[in-house]
Design a protein around this ligand. Structure first.
Ligand code: PXP
Length: 251
């Protein structure tokens, strides 16, 4: 990664832009456009620090060739989100993204529901952590904001975690404050245990600023809200606006 956390209290937040839904739109008509490479290029010139894509089992949006092309086309970090499946794991060692984020995956889900079950996957994850370290690829686990889960992640020796903000982003009123506190406590614990802390899922222009005040979080990964907003305001403006509002919360 190009920026490492020092004492990240006042460091600007890195923004990873997830471009899966550019591929969703392209695949709807199978005409080969809009281009994910063009989207990644525009997002980077608008200030994205990283491009994120999820190679799902059913290849419903991002395809194998997209990942290969992104790897050679972009000059910023590439984060490959993937389930613990042999085909995508093999692919990741060939393509060598800067970072992999391991997510749970169910064929029938619309998007990633819930965090990874660490206990169920412990031995596979242990082996993978060693292999990714050897390959100099960072490994993050996408997890719920839960202290026990975070302790298990630290024991595995992963580089970091991405906190699932889905429950926070769906909650309203008092429930949203409760979910925010869960994220805050989890992020603080992870930071104390030496893990880098990212956050993502369901973050948008309204709910991201509060989570951006959490100093232990160094990176946001945001897809749907930015891509949806770009239909009306363009991708360049949508990325810039998100960067501006999340970094305004850090000051
Ligand atoms: N982080 C992870 C690990 C994800 O699986 C997703 C959804 O693909 C995101 C972030 C982005 O979520 P959203 O599209 O809701 O911004």
């Amino acid at each position: 990664m190009e920026i490492k956390k020092i004492n990240n209290t006042f460091l600007p937040l890195r923004l990873g832009v997830n471009i899966d839904h550019i591929a969703t739109l392209r695949n709807a008509r199978k005409e080969g456009f809009p281009s994910v490479i063009q989207a990644a290029t525009v997002a980077i010139s608008a200030g994205a620090d990283m491009i994120v894509c999820h190679l799902r089992e059913d290849r419903r949006h991002i395809m194998d060739d997209d990942v290969k092309e992104l790897r050679s086309a972009i000059n910023k970090d590439l984060d490959l989100e993937m389930a613990l499946r042999d085909d995508v794991i093999d692919m990741s060692f060939k393509v060598k993204p800067d970072k992999v984020t391991i997510v749970p995956e169910k064929r029938e889900e619309v998007t990633t529901e819930g965090g990874l079950d660490i206990n169920k996957n412990k031995s596979k994850l242990k082996d993978l952590v060693m292999e990714y370290k050897k390959a100099r690829i960072e490994i993050f686990l996408f997890v719920e904001p839960d202290i026990e889960i975070i302790e298990s992640c630290a024991q595995l020796g992963v580089d970091g975690i991405e906190i699932h903000t889905g429950s926070y982003s769906r909650a309203r009123g008092k429930d949203a404050i409760h979910e925010y506190k869960r994220v805050l406590i989890a992020a603080k614990k992870a930071d104390e245990l030496g893990l880098d802390v990212a956050a993502g899922h369901g973050l948008d222009y309204q709910n991201a600023p509060l989570i951006a005040t959490i100093p232990y979080i160094f990176e946001f990964n945001i897809g749907f809200s930015i891509i949806a907003n770009s239909i009306f305001y363009g991708l360049d403006d949508s990325v810039k606006r998100m960067k501006d509002i999340i970094n305004a919360s850090r000051r």
